[in-house]
Design a protein. Structure first.
Length: 372
């Protein structure tokens, strides 16, 4: 009887909390989408913990809390747990009653990291996009792709020679390190803090940074991200990731016989990439890279009149620029200008969750599609 009484008391406390949240609060529509998407992942959670035991924090609560961190720009897990403790809106969204005990920040981080390592982020994004009310908003034919640099949680001072040579930083809390006349490259050096981070610079004359490269595939109808991944930062990573995401999209098309289009900027104007797209029956709406060398020679482009003569090419060139809104939001609002976890797997999961959070912010604001 005591256990039943405690359960009833907890339910009553949550109902009281439900009444505190305004009926027109923006998070209500988002919470409904999140609950539907998580409902389709129940079997996935059961398999994930079947051999290691159920964690002390329900995975649904972990995921909702991770989304809150992106929505409200909470810069650390410790601050997030603190706000969940006293913020009734946060408690309601996560699924805690007014009087429920909040987890310790270390316990939260430990359990959340287990989910990040299990590729749940991509499955959650896929589950969200598969919801009937969301699927109607997506284009099945026209897409755009782009990449952006995400700074790693590693200092340039940690970029040391792989053979163990080189001078360590000076003593002190923030000791100096002299890099003058020292040649550093990813072949000879590695970060001692995050070995998956790579030294990369965006363009000639720009500073080199330890970073990853995030990639997003966007549908062009409403500008929603339909796929996301994070890779090592290399000169070919954008094109390789684009082909990977296109292949995953092609598997979902099944009986669709129409070709899809893929808009991209001039960094994707490479002969091999365009050929790979055409082999996959994807029309390459790639911007022409007409760079002129110092000798006055115009760079040869892989895009010809077969593509540019169609009006759809110009439309794709306009639509593809909306993908910058995704990157702008996840860096400014979700705080992913610099990822705060280490390792490619965890960083990729955090990036994908941030992209899913962007979709959740956008979807309730979109008008319902017209009924044919």
């Amino acid at each position: 009887m005591r256990g039943r009484d405690d359960q009833s008391e907890g339910l009553f406390a949550y109902v009281r909390l439900e009444g505190r949240i305004p009926a027109d609060h923006p998070l209500r529509a988002i919470r409904e989408l999140v609950d539907e998407a998580l409902g389709s992942l129940n079997k996935r959670f059961d398999r994930l913990y079947s051999s290691t035991g159920r964690p002390s924090i329900a995975p649904e609560m972990l995921l909702r809390a991770t989304l809150l961190q992106a929505f409200f720009s909470v810069r650390s897990e410790r601050m997030l747990v603190e706000q969940i403790s006293y913020n009734l809106l946060f408690r309601w969204f996560v699924g805690l009653s007014m009087d429920a005990e909040v987890w310790h920040a270390t316990v939260f981080t430990h359990n959340r990291d287990r989910l990040l390592e299990a590729e749940v982020a991509r499955e959650f994004l896929a589950a969200l996009l598969a919801l009937p009310q969301v699927k109607k908003l997506l284009s099945s034919e026209h897409f755009s792709v782009d990449g952006t640099l995400i700074d790693a949680w590693a200092s340039m001072k940690s970029f040391r020679p792989k053979d163990g040579s080189g001078e360590p930083p000076a003593s002190g809390r923030n000791g100096e390190r002299n890099f003058h006349q020292e040649k550093r490259s990813n072949e000879t050096h590695s970060s001692t803090t995050d070995s998956d981070a790579r030294l990369y610079r965006k363009a000639a004359g720009r500073e080199s940074r330890l970073c990853f490269m995030g990639h997003v595939l966007m549908e062009n109808r409403n500008g929603l991200a339909v796929d996301a991944t994070l890779t090592h930062a290399t000169g070919t990573a954008e094109r390789e990731a684009a082909l990977t995401m296109v292949d995953r999209r092609k598997g979902r098309r099944r009986k669709q016989k129409r070709r899809i289009t893929l808009g991209a900027d001039k960094a994707y104007d490479a002969t091999s990439f365009v050929q790979h797209l055409r082999k996959r029956e994807v029309t390459p709406h790639v911007a022409i890279n007409g760079t002129i060398s110092k000798h006055g020679v115009v760079r040869k482009t892989a895009i010809d009149g077969r593509t540019t003569r169609h009006a759809g090419y110009g439309i794709s060139q306009i639509s593809r620029k909306r993908i910058e809104e995704v990157f702008g939001w996840i860096k400014a609002q979700a705080g992913l200008g610099q990822v705060k976890v280490r390792g490619l797997a965890k960083a990729s999961a955090v990036f994908t969750f941030a992209v899913a959070a962007y979709n959740l912010i956008r979807i309730p604001k979109l008008p319902a599609p017209a009924v044919a």
